[in-house]
Design a protein around this ligand. Structure first.
Ligand SMILES: [Zn+2]
Length: 399
């Protein structure tokens, strides 16, 4: 048995408590100074000094396999279209050793540094790397001792139908433990939306995995693909297992069409992940909440051959979400933090994620007054506990 007492911390900025952690799980929360397990019985004690405590962040959309983090600066040199970026990455990635175990580990360490203790990551599966990227990511996660939970989406970044052999790779990935298979702009990349979606849904239904699609298409073309996805989700009985990533078109639709679409997504049990880019149309997030469409936040790729941006801090994304949607009240600012933490749980299939007894001990301590203060300042993570393991101490990464 391993034990840790986290003394004098304030969950979500509330009253101070002592948190007892046993074998990686939260076993007790008591008013500060009154914990049932005395500090003499715990192996380790951390003085929380009244710091604010949040549950570990959940990055619902990442690409930990494709970053050049830790290497000298790489100037962007591709064409500014989706196909241009795909081609640029395929031409250049070998030069930077992408993918690799060390590369994935570097990204996962940055996630931990910023308090992310679970992530859903898309990992490129194509005719060049086949399933090597997935093996790299799993090896990197294991090397970090399970501190960060990693869920894999086998992602056909280079297209599906236009690259014969990719479907077989996705099928193999699904058989070998990927929790979802990905897809990419069925209309503009494969130029066959029905064909790509039918093929993905066939694999997902047969293997019992989820689907998580990158959809960049705008306007009516984007909306048309949401309809195709919703129809197939219901037909295949995959409600609760299908996610749309980005989905820029949803925020662009006229109000009546948008309302119909949100209802259709809710009825089909489809979830949504966003990285809240400043140039995108705001999502109808209140209507999505009301319709039961879960929303997750992600960093997307950081420092990769697609974009130089990103440092792995999900709070920066939550703040971007809040600014994009014009959030100002304490309630709304707190909601943006919840998107980065509690509401991310379903994206990594966690039923109990939070500062509650029985949850995995994923806890982030920050020097902040309350959740809105956390959001607008995104202060340093003073401590990060991941599965009971202290991975950040006094702001310094320990892994
Ligand atoms: Zn992505």
């Amino acid at each position: 048995m391993t034990s840790l007492l986290l003394a004098d911390v304030r969950p979500w900025g509330g009253d101070a408590v002592d948190v007892t952690i046993i074998d990686g799980l939260i076993s007790d929360l008591s008013p500060a100074g009154n914990s049932t397990d005395s500090s003499t019985e715990t192996e380790q004690r951390i003085d929380g000094r009244g710091l604010l405590a949040l549950p570990g962040f959940v990055n619902a959309h990442a690409h930990v396999d494709k970053s050049w983090w830790g290497q000298p600066w790489v100037s962007y040199g591709g064409q500014p279209t989706t196909q241009g970026r795909i081609a640029h990455e395929r031409a250049e990635r070998d030069k930077y050793g992408i993918p690799s175990v060390d590369g994935a580990k570097a990204v996962l360490r940055e996630f931990l540094r910023h308090g992310t203790t679970a992530t859903r990551t898309h990992v490129d599966v194509d005719l060049g790397v086949e399933l090597r990227g997935i093996a790299n990511v799993l090896e990197a996660a294991a090397a970090l001792g399970g501190a960060i939970d990693v869920e894999i989406v086998a992602f056909p970044q280079d297209g599906v139908l236009r690259r014969p052999g990719v479907l077989d790779l996705l099928d193999k990935a699904a058989a070998e433990g990927a929790t979802s298979i990905g897809g990419l702009d069925p209309a503009t990349i494969d130029r066959d939306p029905v064909g790509q979606l039918d093929a993905l849904f066939e694999i997902a239904a047969r293997r019992g995995v989820g689907i998580d699609l990158h959809l960049h298409d705008h306007g009516d073309l984007g909306a048309f693909q949401y309809e195709l996805i919703a129809e197939r989700t219901v037909q295949a009985g995959l409600q609760g297992k299908v996610n749309v990533s980005h989905g820029f078109a949803l925020g662009e639709l006229a109000p009546a069409r948008q309302s119909e679409m949100v209802d259709q997504l809710g009825e089909a049990g489809i979830s949504w992940t966003t990285v809240a880019p400043a140039t995108s149309a705001p999502l109808p997030f209140r209507e999505m909440r009301a319709a039961g469409v879960p929303i997750g936040l992600g960093t997307d790729g950081i420092r990769d051959l697609w974009s130089p941006y990103g440092d792995g801090d999900l709070l920066q994304i939550a703040r971007g979400f809040a600014r994009l949607h014009g959030l100002r009240t304490d309630e709304d600012l707190t909601y943006a933090v919840e998107l980065a933490t509690t509401y991310g749980a379903s994206f990594v299939h966690r039923e109990n994620h939070g500062l509650t007894v029985g949850a995995r001990a994923d806890i982030v301590l920050l020097d902040a007054e309350n959740a809105p203060d956390v959001l607008v300042r995104a202060p340093r993570r003073e401590y990060v506990i991941a599965g009971g393991q202290v991975v950040v101490r006094d702001g310094e990464l320990q892994v």
